[in-house]
Design a protein around this ligand. Structure first.
Ligand code: RFL
Ligand code: PHB
Length: 390
């Protein structure tokens, strides 16, 4: 088989890239090691930046998002037993976010791909990347017991943190930067109305908590847990009790509890691989970088990488210019590092670290107090949370 761009991975990065390339008339094939239902069963991100929404509009997949997504103008911060609202719309001259699950974004992109008839090969085993140092790269995979090959002009490695693309690069050609945090997030999904119309990020001496949502009838809640914790240790009752203990009295009293329909633990990590281009292989999304979820940036960064990459490939095919693909890595990394910094900062300010002593706890509270009382600090946080310009 031959295509122009072979895309590895059918998460949001790969699917959005495929859809944008289709809009530009560029042929592409997606190779995915799992099946469609497995991918749609992963509960992940929930907050879309305005720029991400714009990109989904450009890709022609924003109809359901505009119908069912919840537009949010701000978030709440809870600390010292009280809650404070950050009006991000006011602080950014009118920018907002949309709460719409990654699962739904993925479903919309998969449906659109089916409609335009571009190929996705699910259950592709043993994917391997070849010759991306030449202008005739190839991807091989195993399907139904047979090894098959896709010849292409470019490979887009959109296969997430544990994918094969980054691992295919010679170690001397890549530099990696990493921080693993000494805690995780235990998250649950429940078919109960959200406690508050906006997200609540909480700093508490028992640990971080987050109240989020997927719709007016479905809530997503998280509490900080230790890295060696396990979901089996957390009955629903224990989760609801712990969440309530970390919230202000009004929110604690207002939580509507119900059975969890999903429960999982995510590890928190910051990670960046440099560069993001190796000859005719490009990395995009979690394959190149990971942020802790505290800043709600992971999916949005995947989208901004794909925006730069799709424009670069369009420039290559339409104008025979290498300028876009040559500039991709540095352009993407400049935005990535700002989001890395923001996510690290949010994480540091809101979590209990094993070495958080009384001094550091007071420093966190001082920072939060400053944040909610200074227009400049509110503006700085807001412009990053709603998404820096491309
Ligand atoms: P994905 O979604 O991991 O998709 C990669 C795909 O590649 C496939 N794959 C392979 N295919 C073929 N061959 C191989 N060898 C392969 N290896 C892997 C995988 O099966 C998969 O289908 O990466 P992508 O597309 O880069 O998307 C990134 C986002 O998924 C991620 O950044 C976000 O979910 C992060 N995130 C959040 N981001 C936000 O922007 N806002 C949020 O509110 C937010 N909340 C979160 C989050 C992530 C979380 N977890 C679970 C880590 C909340 C949580 C709890
Ligand atoms: C979510 O709704 O899953 C979510 C929201 C905000 C975050 C992280 C996760 O910062």
């Amino acid at each position: 088989m031959r295509t122009q761009v072979a895309i590895i991975g059918s998460g949001p990065a790969g699917l959005l890239l495929g859809q944008l390339l289709d809009c530009y008339g560029i042929d592409n094939v997606i190779l995915e090691r799992k099946d469609r239902e497995y991918i749609l069963g992963r509960i992940r991100a929930g907050v879309l930046e305005q720029g991400t929404v714009g990109l989904l509009e450009e890709a022609g997949v924003a109809e359901r998002l505009h119908r069912d997504g919840l537009v949010h103008d701000g978030v709440e911060l809870c600390f010292g037993g009280s809650r404070y609202r950050i009006d991000m719309k006011a602080a950014t001259g009118g920018k907002t976010m949309v709460v719409y699950g990654q699962t739904e974004v993925t479903r919309d992109l998969m449906d659109a791909r089916l409609k335009v008839g571009r190929e996705t090969i699910y259950d592709a085993g043993d994917v391997s990347l070849h010759d991306f140092g030449t202008d005739q790269p190839k991807v091989r995979y195993v399907k139904d017991g047979k090894t098959r090959e896709v010849a292409c002009d470019f490979i887009a490695g959109c296969d997430g943190f544990r994918g094969v693309s980054r691992l295919s690069v010679p170690t001397e050609a890549i530099r990696m930067f990493e921080r693993i945090y000494p805690f995780g997030w235990l998250g649950i999904l429940s078919d109960t109305p959200p406690v508050s119309p906006e997200l609540i990020y909480t700093n508490h001496e028992r640990g971080f908590a987050l109240c989020s949502m997927r719709s007016a009838t479905r809530s997503r809640y998280y509490v900080q847990c230790t890295n060696d914790d396990h979901v089996d240790n957390w009955s629903d009752d224990r989760f609801w009790d712990e969440l309530r203990r970390r919230l202000d009295p009004k929110a604690a009293a207002g939580i509507v509890i119900g059975p969890s329909i999903e429960k999982s633990i995510a590890q928190l990590r910051s990670f960046v691989a440099e560069p993001m281009r190796f000859g005719r292989l490009f990395l995009a999304g979690d394959a190149a970088h990971i942020v802790p979820p505290t800043g709600a940036k992971g999916l949005n960064l995947a989208a901004s990488d794909v925006r730069y990459l799709s424009h670069a490939l369009r420039e290559f095919y339409n104008e025979r210019s290498h300028a876009g693909i040559d500039g991709y890595s540095s352009k993407a990394l400049a935005r990535v590092w700002k989001a890395e910094r923001f996510s690290w900062w949010m994480t540091s300010m809101l979590h209990r670290f094993p070495d958080t002593d009384e001094f550091s706890a007071r420093i966190q509270l001082a920072e939060l107090n400053y944040l909610v009382s200074s227009q400049a600090a509110t503006a700085a946080m807001s412009e990053q949370y709603v998404g820096l310009p491309y």
